[in-house]
Design a protein around this ligand. Structure first.
Ligand SMILES: NC(=O)c1ccc[n+]([C@@H]2O[C@H](COP(=O)([O-])OP(=O)(O)OC[C@H]3O[C@@H](n4cnc5c(N)ncnc54)[C@H](O)[C@@H]3O)[C@@H](O)[C@H]2O)c1
Length: 441
């Protein structure tokens, strides 16, 4: 489809030519009609209008980075489940980017449905809510013909991954650009190191080790008057339907590097895990450690660990072992027959990924990270399925799984998908239990 579109050089692009490049007739159907025209401030310039959905820590950071890209860009709409989060984020962004933040009261949307209205006002949408919502929000943004930057992971279950893959195909047809917050792909040292591995610097890669072992993250205490749904969406990290467990939420970065180095995705995995220390009711239902062995199509293995337990060995890293040497991927260091170390250089990858994404939008370059984002998310999901169930998990079976973790109704007074017992504790997956296996795979 890109063949039908003449790329712009940076100097050429204006709002009118952007209209032409994003409204392409394919097979007689008008695809990707101009997002800019639907925005709050249609104007004869090349201003890119941004909406932020999910105004927490990362969403606010991503908005800052989007507003720090070259060219005219405005934040025009914001949406969050909770008003105080939106307003806190807005205040900070106004301080950072006085001239580039234009989110008046009637473009601030609050609640579980708020995303739809904010998406409608923008050319580019940043999706940074808890990941359980991502497939729904991504599907809607692509349906509305918007470019999307979405944070990882992009789904927490098989049905969610399938929705993202389908919407990614739609995005390609509509010539919409999609970035995914796996920022190592935009980090100069990683890019150069992985290129050398692909060029054979350590020979055939026979195994990898990947880790996200650390202390863990925040807990948001239950507040008076909250419904169960409000509490879970607020304290989202500890509910699998919202975060996917920490193997999805954080360790995805290292698993994604393994996939990148291996140039493929695992075919199956098995593993073990549990919750040894983080057992209080405030920690919901997720585990505090997982260890997974992934098998790739060439028979090689990736050994993965992630742990959220204070006072233990910490490491966020990736290592590759090959027939001619070894590589500490995150330290950009190769040892063996072809020793090498990356010097220095490169921008903050969080900024670089937005620079690259906006450059692709403005200059109509190919940019679609959704498929890899979905498949790296599935890599983490199959790991969680393996540790929760104690079974071998096949990639294809997980991809086609009918286990849908999301609620049937999205409303504050609707039932949350998991419920606490009378003492406030949530059910925790028990490996090997036939009842649990049915709920997991
Ligand atoms: N790429 C990275 O290095 C990186 C770093 C941190 C976080 N993240 C990712 O960013 C995402 C957000 O993480 P965070 O740390 O900013 O969390 P956060 O809790 O600070 O922010 C999430 C925000 O989403 C809002 N929200 C929840 N449900 C919503 C809904 N249905 N509609 C609209 N808003 C909703 C919350 O109220 C909150 O303000 C996660 O997917 C996380 O994995 C990525």
């Amino acid at each position: 489809m890109n063949d039908t579109i003449r790329p712009n050089t940076p100097g050429e692009l204006n709002r009118r030519s952007f209209l032409k490049t994003t409204s392409t007739v394919v097979g007689g159907t008008l695809l990707g009609s101009l997002p800019i025209e639907r925005g709050a401030h249609a104007a004869a310039d090349d201003t890119v209008k941004v909406a932020l959905i999910g105004c927490g820590g990362r969403g606010s950071g991503a908005a800052d980075q989007a507003l720090s890209t070259k060219g005219s860009v405005r934040l025009v709409a914001m949406a969050d489940a909770f008003k105080d989060r939106l307003q806190g984020s807005l205040r900070n962004l106004q301080k950072q980017h006085k001239e580039r933040v234009d989110v008046v009261d009637d473009r601030q949307f609050v609640g579980l449905d708020a995303y739809k209205q904010a998406i409608a006002l923008a050319d580019v949408v940043i999706l940074a809510t808890p990941p359980g919502f991502r497939p729904i929000h991504f599907e809607e943004a692509i349906r509305q013909g918007k470019h999307v930057f979405m944070e990882k992971p992009v789904a927490v279950d098989g049905p969610g991954v399938r929705r993202v893959l389908a919407a990614a195909e739609e995005a390609k047809k509509k010539n919409l650009k999609v970035g995914v917050g796996l920022q190592r792909h935009h980090q100069a040292g990683y890019i150069e190191t992985v290129k050398r591995l692909h060029d054979g610097a350590i020979g055939d890669i026979t195994s990898m080790r990947v880790y996200w072992n650390g202390d863990g993250v925040w807990v948001r205490p239950r507040k008076a008057g909250q419904t169960e749904m409000e509490y879970q969406v607020d304290n989202w990290y500890y509910f699998t339907w919202l975060s996917g467990d920490h193997i999805c939420e954080q360790h995805i970065h290292n698993l994604d590097v393994a996939n990148w180095v291996k140039n493929g995705y695992p075919v199956r995995c098995h593993g073990m895990g549990g919750r040894q220390v983080r057992t209080g009711k405030e920690y919901g239902e997720i585990y505090d450690h997982h260890a997974v062995e992934y098998e790739y199509a060439d028979g090689s293995r990736v050994f993965s660990q992630c742990r959220h337990i204070r006072g233990c060995w910490s490491s966020v890293s990736e290592y590759a072992v090959g027939t001619k040497g070894t590589c500490d991927v995150g330290a950009y260091t190769i040892r063996g027959q072809n020793p090498w170390r990356f010097g220095s250089g490169g921008k903050n990858p969080y900024q670089q990924e937005h620079d690259d994404f906006f450059d692709a939008i403005r200059n109509n370059k190919p940019f679609n990270e959704a498929e890899n984002g979905a498949k790296s998310s599935l890599t983490a999901i199959i790991g969680r399925m393996a540790t929760y169930s104690g079974k071998v998990i096949e990639w294809d079976k997980a991809l086609n799984s009918q286990v849908d973790l999301m609620p049937k109704i999205f409303a504050w007074d609707a039932p949350a998908p998991v419920q606490p017992n009378a003492d406030g504790y949530y059910p925790v997956p028990v490996p090997g239990s036939p009842d649990w296996v049915k709920k997991i795979i």
